[in-house]
Ligand binder design. Structure first.
Ligand SMILES: C[S@@+](CC[C@H](N)C(=O)[O-])C[C@H]1O[C@@H](n2cnc3c(N)ncnc32)[C@H](O)[C@@H]1O
Length: 280
């Protein structure tokens, strides 16, 4: 019999570890969430109760079990073409601008951070194939990353249920870019091969990154405290090319955190403030 109730002491211990390891802040009201997320994890890890799991973590606070607990506490909600205004902005203004300004080098570098199970980077790849076929001859580097090994593995496989493809993916793109396998749909190999997948914990050291033209870091900063958000935005500022673009989730804004970024349009696109000031 599994006991998935969490004592106040274990809740404090687990939330401290999750915040230290992944930056995810769990408020006092998140006891139910810890219990709900640990319940399926317990039998997989061979524990009868959260108390046992917490005791093991106290004895060995790093390693695979810690990673599994952190992964279980991440929220992976996503969908194809989530927030359509963002993709309209990419199609109508961001890529036309970048294609013009990068005509000499014919090179674009994009990072989709916290990309969950892959719907976000695959949506962007489909948009590029559909609207900017000329990019086929460009050098496009597209890094997609997440803290979760399971989410990266899902992205690598590119297999989605009918329910998942029903969420935001137009039927025409489904039949064009996916192969049907029984009840599931798999992204075609050519699109899967276009993504460079990396395990990147946003609150840890980042691997060397190229100078970037677009950073999409959507619907993840909401889980972090103010200082962590500020630090991440400053690190992105250091990576973004001077006229590059930053996309946040529609409920996220750098306005209160840093004056380094200025809104570029109504669709949660931002540019470095210094760049916006030099534009007419
Ligand atoms: C709600 S999903 C957002 C997915 C996608 N960006 C979107 O907007 O649809 C949040 C993602 O952030 C990831 N995440 C949480 N903490 C993270 C961290 N410290 N570093 C990197 N990714 C993290 C989770 O694994 C999850 O996949």
């Amino acid at each position: 019999m599994i006991d998935a109730t969490v004592s106040p002491t274990d809740f404090e211990f687990l939330r401290k570890h999750v915040e230290e390891h992944a930056g995810i802040v769990l408020g006092d009201d998140k006891v139910y969430l810890v219990e709900a997320r640990m319940r399926p994890l317990l039998p997989r890890c061979g524990f009868q109760s959260i108390a046992r799991l917490a005791a093991e973590l106290r004895a060995r606070p790093t390693g695979e079990l810690m990673d599994m607990v952190v992964e279980a506490m991440t929220t992976n909600e996503t969908s194809f073409f989530r927030d359509m205004a963002v993709f309209d902005s990419l199609r109508e203004s961001v890529f036309p601008q970048l294609i013009k300004s990068r005509a000499a080098t014919k090179q674009l570098d994009i990072w989709c951070a916290a990309s969950s199970s892959g719907q976000e980077p695959y949506s962007l790849l489909m948009l590029l194939r559909e609207s900017f076929p000329e990019l086929a001859t460009w050098r496009l580097r597209y890094i997609a990353s997440d803290i979760s090994t399971a989410m990266l593995e899902r992205t690598r496989c590119g297999v989605y249920s009918q329910h998942e493809v029903n969420r935001g993916l137009p039927a025409r793109l489904l039949t064009k870019y996916f192969d049907r396998h029984g009840l599931e749909w798999q992204v075609k190999p050519e699109l899967r091969a276009a993504l460079e997948l990396r395990k990147i914990n946003l609150v840890d050291d980042w691997p060397a990154m190229p100078p970037l033209d677009i950073v999409m870091i959507r619907n993840v900063l909401i889980y972090f405290d103010q200082q962590t958000k500020r630090t991440i935005l400053q690190r992105i500022k250091g990576l973004l090319r001077s006229d590059g673009y930053l996309f946040l989730g529609t409920a996220e804004s750098p306005a209160l955190l840093t004056d380094s970024f200025t809104r570029a349009d109504d669709a949660a696109a931002y540019q470095l403030s210094a760049c916006r000031q030099t534009q007419p």
